[in-house]
Every structure is written in C-alpha cells, then in structure tokens.
Design a binder for this molecule. Structure first.
Ligand code: HSE
Length: 418
C-alpha cells in the first residue's frame, strides 16, 4: 500500500509547545488518517496531557517499530535532531521536521540523503510557521523572475518590538511574555540576537534562489542592542523598527542577504505586521509585490504547518530543489551598499571612514548618531557594529546595488572622475 492510501503511523520526537499542539490538532482532523503511535521525550517525569503509554525515552522504540512509517521531529536540540533525522532518512522513512537550525546547517547533506535513500523530508513549519512560504517559493516562483524576499520571520522579536512600541512595555517583560506564550526558543538569545531569523533565511534562500548559504556568512544583528533613543528616533520619523531578514538580487545576479533591524515606513507592507505574526514580501520582475502574512510562532499555528506536510506526503509531494540545479549557481553578494542609521556612546566606537557617504552626524558627550552609506565589507570584515553599545539599523530601502552607487557618484561629482 502506498503512503497515499495507507494510514500514517507517526513516531513523534518531542512533546513541547509544537509537539503537543500537533497531537491535539491531529485529534481534530480524523480525515487525515494519521495517528501518533509513540512519542519519544527527554524527561520522563514531566506531567503530560496525553495517555502515559504513548511516551518513551528510548528512540529505538520508534525506529524498531515496523508500523511507524513517518518520523516527525519537533525537538529543540539541533544536534540530537541531526542524528534522528539522518537515521530515519537512511532507513528510508519519511520525515517532517520544524528544526530551523538543523536545516540551515545541514541541508546539503539532508538533500543528499533524501535522494540516496528515496525518503522525503518536509519542513514547512521551519520558516514562518503557519505561512506556506517554502512550498510557494519552491513551486511557484521561477528563479529568474524573483528579485527580492523581505520578511519578518521571527515571531518572538516581533512580539517584543510590538510590546515595546505599541504598549510601552519594557524589553525584559516583553521577552518573558513571549516565553510564556510559547513563542521563544528554549534559549531565547537565539531569537533576540537574530540567529533564528538567519537560520530561517538560509532555508528560504535555498527555495527562493537555489542559494545554499552558511548561516555564519550572512551579516546578522538582533534587537538586543536597540535603545530608547533609537525608538524615539523611529517615532519622530513615523517609522516602526522591525527585525527584517532579506535577500535582494543585485544587477550582477548575486544576492545581497542580511538580517538587521530596519526602520519600516507605514507604506511598507511589513509595518502592520505585529505581535507574533510574520510577514514576507516577495518581489518579482513582472508581478511586482506579493505579501504573505500569518502567525509565525506558537503551538497551533506551527502544528498547522506540520499538518500540511503530512497531507502533502499523501500526494507524494517532495521538494525537488529545482533551483539548486541551475547551471550558474547563485552566490552571496559581497559588493553592495547599505543606507544605515547608527547610534553609539563614544566617538571612537564607530569609525567615520567606515562610511562611503555621511548624510547626518551628531555627537554629544555620551551619545552620537550618524546616518550614511556603508559598503557591506564593513559588516563582513569589521566588528565595530557588533558592540552592544552600538546600534545599527537599516534605513528604508536600505540595500543599494553597487553599480547604482557608482553611477550616482559619477553624476554628482564628475570632477572626481576626470
Ligand atoms: N522562536 C521562533 C519565533 C518560533 O519566535 O519565531 C517559531 O519558529
């Protein structure tokens, strides 16, 4: 019997926020003909809201059960997840995972294993939870037409920023609330420092542009260094501050890719993405902008994406990674400019010469602000912007193609050219 018609018998790893959510959601969708047979957990003594005979702490119980034909991995330890997922694929068992870190770091190998052992791995829940963005990027958008993806892909930081901006709640309280709601990672610094968003961006890049990038090669800042003065500056200009993950094709075909806090103007579709919601704006040559919006964290929204993978397995859906097979591989650009605002405490912390152009510079005894144009090499090769008392925020439409900058400079200052 094929997986299309036979019952999906699930071995589930993890019964946290998402695992339990999936268990509940499955109970409400009998039409899917899927049943959780065993759940492997780490801590046997935690009280669980499900029959005790479901649980085991021994992974072998799941792997040795001949009836289990689908492994769902929803644990938060990426290293342990790596062993479980590779083991299942090597046994030819279909896998669904929501582990962003695992996927961002090991997708090359996981693609290889899927092909070698003819076992599918689906992971719609790993980026933007309930928003079906991975399958859309994979199937709908032709690489040549796709110019840009730009999104709020971490629910916790968006929730925290909304609380700070809209409700005047302080950072620590907002973070505690995000944890209590089950939005944050078990180590919330992963959210706050932008690392979770960067992992998700790595996954999206694969399906959007056929670009495999290592997380550590993507410049990334979170929201931990943002200060009251930055929020005041944003308010004064009518902007919101959002943590934005983006990838923008440059005129040479390479892709400018980063995760940074950004000033977002009211006319930007991301402006009204608040609380734990995520939003992704996709720009193509011919269709212009399209906008995906939905809950990006939380038990049921994430479980709903896992559920959609189960249902996709029914019709033998697999990621084909079509764009990875392009004859000319897409690569990360190291030659573009950023329009940024930087605030900092001491003059020596930010080198003036880092800027290609300075739009505005103000300095007082213990507070300075500058806005200007930086070459991306400043972020790739220097560390001054990572200092906790330095706050770097991308200005609206802040990614500038290197060729545009040269053209403008020549027009503005012809005396420098001749
Ligand atoms: N911690 C993640 C977030 C959970 O806040 O977006 C969903 O991936």
């Amino acid at each position: 019997m094929s997986i299309q018609t036979k019952k999906l018998v699930i071995g589930l790893f993890g019964f946290g926020v998402v695992g339990e959510g999936l268990y509940r959601v499955l109970q409400q969708t009998p039409g899917l003909n899927a049943e959780v047979k065993r759940v492997c957990i780490k801590h046997a003594d935690k009280p669980r809201n499900a029959p005790p005979e479901l649980f085991t702490t021994d992974p072998e119980t799941l792997f040795d059960d001949p009836e289990i034909n689908l492994i769902i991995e929803l644990i938060d330890d990426a290293d342990a997840a790596f062993h479980l997922v590779t083991r299942a694929l090597k046994k030819g068992i279909a896998v669904v995972s929501a582990n962003k870190k695992l996927l961002a770091e090991h997708l090359d190998l996981l693609i290889e294993l899927q092909q070698k052992y003819q076992a599918p791995l689906l992971y719609e829940a790993a980026a933007c939870a309930s928003i079906p963005v991975i399958r859309n990027l994979e199937e709908y958008y032709d690489n040549d037409l796709l110019q840009r993806i730009c999104g709020i892909v971490n629910g916790s930081t968006n929730y925290i920023l909304s609380k700070i901006f809209d409700e005047d709640i302080d950072f620590e309280t907002a973070l505690r609330q995000a944890q209590a709601e089950g939005f944050a990672e078990s180590d919330p610094s992963t959210d706050v420092e932008g690392l979770d968003a960067r992992n998700k961006l790595c996954i999206l890049l694969t399906h959007a542009f056929g670009l495999r990038a290592r997380p550590q090669d993507i410049p990334c800042l979170g929201i931990q260094q943002l200060k009251q003065a930055d929020a005041d500056y944003a308010r004064e200009k009518g902007f919101a501050i959002k943590l934005v993950a983006q990838a923008q094709k440059q005129s040479d075909g390479q892709v400018a890719t980063l995760v940074l806090p950004q000033f977002v103007a009211p006319e930007n579709l991301l402006y009204n993405v608040k609380q734990e919601y995520n939003g992704v704006v996709i720009e193509t040559n011919f269709a212009d902008k399209q906008f995906f919006y939905g809950k990006g964290a939380g038990s049921f929204p994430t479980a709903s994406a896992v559920l959609s993978d189960l249902s996709a397995l029914r019709y033998r859906y697999r990621y084909e990674y079509k764009k990875l097979r392009h004859s000319v591989p897409t690569t990360l650009s190291e030659d573009y400019y950023l329009k940024v605002y930087v605030s900092f405490e001491q003059l020596y912390q930010v080198p003036r010469e880092a800027f290609q152009e300075i739009y505005q510079w103000s300095s007082a005894a213990d507070f300075c602000q500058v806005s200007g144009l930086l070459h991306i090499s400043q972020l790739l090769e220097h560390d001054w912007w990572k200092n906790d008392s330095v706050s770097l925020i991308l200005l609206p439409d802040g990614i500038i193609d290197a060729r545009t900058v040269q053209t403008k400079k020549y027009q503005r200052k012809p005396e420098l050219v001749f």
